[in-house]
Design a binder for this molecule. Structure first.
Ligand SMILES: Cc1ncc(COP(=O)(O)O)c(C=O)c1O
Length: 482
């Protein structure tokens, strides 16, 4: 455990920095007197080297992708290329303001214009808005577009959104927040939408069907054409949760297989940092006749000029975020797409699929894999065998994985698999890394058999042992005094 910097305090120890700027800065002069500090801040006196060691050590107590493998299914923790970071920090991008005259930010507008079109092209839609700042907000936006479309057509009776029981938790939440009634459909024994249940639920009140594809079991919903035919036959629209698009890019265009609206999680598919509900980007693509319902502004092109266009305020659902979304995040995705090119984008999906299948096949002897047809970019294993035979829970296995130097997979999700462990390696990992992880998982399976107490009491060698997951929420204490 890192030494607490406050406890290393010894009078007279210091680090060196440049002398204080004696030119009054606008910030300093505009702080009202009553908010200005009157006594110096009580900081520990420590040497520069101790400060460096303290912060370097602290930075490594947590797990992060640059430190080790991070197979957190559904959350897609793939490597974010550092060249993106370098490029977005260019002052030309970094120091501009959304209220600046548009002829002074033509480059930024061009990048956004291209990205709106590139995303649409990759997924087979007319255009995409970049305004939503998280996948969940993309869902909300897309569903509001569906609601606006039905209202525009006078179909106010269309109040129901159908979704399968494998849906990501944000799907029913977004549908509810958008004012819809939710109808949950069961999955069949292959982990896909149960068509008979869909047929029974379909009627004139269906506004849309919301489907994650590949679904949260990592399975491609191959009945999509039939589902889409049924939903469209009653005037409903097909919404794709495209958070898992990193398995389809360059291989399948959702807009060409029956979907009308889709959100992308740029932080999952296009290697921008994961937003954790924002600040990310949950761009939304739509078919041509739905464009007028998208949030404004969009970037359009008039002659050779790029402009922010507010034209469709009459039909638009309005704004879902200030200005034009998270520009810096969108820019990273733009750079990533341009660097990959069409072939690279396809290779991303292929490698994500190969990596997940490789791990699944190597582990299926040791852990139950309830839906074990070929998977897409992730798969769901279960700790059920270990629970039945040795009383070891998936939570224990996840904690033991930390001891081996990895982040744990997503656990207990999706809800339709008991003792679920959702593993997503991503395309960015080498075979050596995958093999080492597979070996660690096999070792843990053996430990469950031979030394179960070791697993039940894991983690043994992390900075903090097993914690009470809810205590910090109930008794939050962020205050440290010395
Ligand atoms: C399938 C699926 N849908 C929606 C989301 C929500 O995305 P966000 O966390 O950006 O709100 C996620 C998150 O990873 C997801 O995996």
């Amino acid at each position: 455990m890192a030494n607490l910097i406050f406890e290393m305090h010894a009078p007279g120890r210091k680090g060196y920095t440049l002398p204080k700027n004696d030119v009054p800065t606008p910030i300093a002069t505009c702080i009202p007197q009553n908010y200005s500090r009157t006594a110096p801040l009580r900081l520990p006196e420590v040497s520069e080297l101790d400060v460096m060691r303290h912060f370097i050590e602290l930075s490594q107590l947590n797990h992060f992708i640059e430190k080790g493998f991070y197979p957190l299914g559904s959350c897609t923790m793939k490597y974010n290329p550092k060249i993106n970071e370098t490029l977005v920090r260019n002052p030309g991008w970094n120091n501009i303001h959304p209220l600046q005259p548009q002829d002074t930010v033509q480059g930024a507008l061009e990048a956004m214009y291209d990205l709106q079109r590139d995303l649409a092209e990759i997924a087979g839609f007319a255009v995409a808005t970049l305004q939503p700042v998280a996948g969940a907000q993309g869902e909300f936006t897309g569903l509001k577009v569906i609601a606006a479309y039905h209202k525009h057509n006078g179909d106010t009776h269309k109040t129901k959104i159908l979704l399968p029981d494998s849906a990501h938790g944000t799907n029913p939440a977004s549908a509810f927040m958008s004012g819809f009634e939710i109808v949950e459909l069961p999955s069949n024994d292959k982990g896909m939408v149960d068509l008979e249940a869909l047929k029974a639920a379909i009627d004139e009140n269906v506004a849309g069907f919301m489907l994650t594809n590949p679904n949260t079991l990592g399975i491609f919903e191959s009945q999509i054409e039939e589902i889409s035919r049924l939903v469209h036959s009653v005037g409903g629209l097909m919404y794709m949760d495209g958070a898992n698009f990193n398995a389809l890019m360059g291989l399948v265009k959702p807009g060409e297989i029956g979907f009308d609206v889709m959100h992308y999680n740029l932080h999952k598919s296009f290697a921008t940092p994961h937003g954790g509900g924002g600040p990310g980007s949950g761009a939304v693509g739509v078919r041509e006749d739905l464009v007028k319902f998208l949030p404004y502004p969009m970037v359009t092109k008039e002659g050779s000029q790029y402009v922010l266009c507010n034209n469709d305020q009459e039909t638009s659902i309005g704004k879902v975020h200030a200005f034009y979304g998270n520009f810096g995040v969108n820019l990273r995705a733009y750079i990533y797409i341009k660097m990959q090119g069409a072939d690279g984008i396809m290779r991303v999906s292929r490698n994500a699929i190969i990596n997940a299948n490789y791990i699944m096949r190597k582990l299926e002897k040791y852990y139950h894999v309830p839906f074990n047809d070929n998977c897409m970019h992730e798969f769901v294993a279960s700790g059920e065998w270990q629970k039945e035979k040795y009383g070891i829970k998936t939570l224990d296995i996840a904690k033991r994985i930390l001891d081996k130097g990895y982040h744990a997979p997503t656990i207990y999700f999706p809800l339709i698999v008991h003792e679920a462990m959702m593993i997503e390696p991503t395309e960015t990992e080498s075979k050596e890394t995958l093999d080492a992880f597979i070996q660690a998982m096999i070792d843990i399976a053996k430990e469950c058999e031979e030394t179960p107490e070791l697993v039940k009491n894991a983690p043994q060698n992390t900075p903090i042992r097993r914690v009470d997951d809810t205590l910090a929420v109930r008794q939050l204490n962020l205050h440290y005094t010395w």
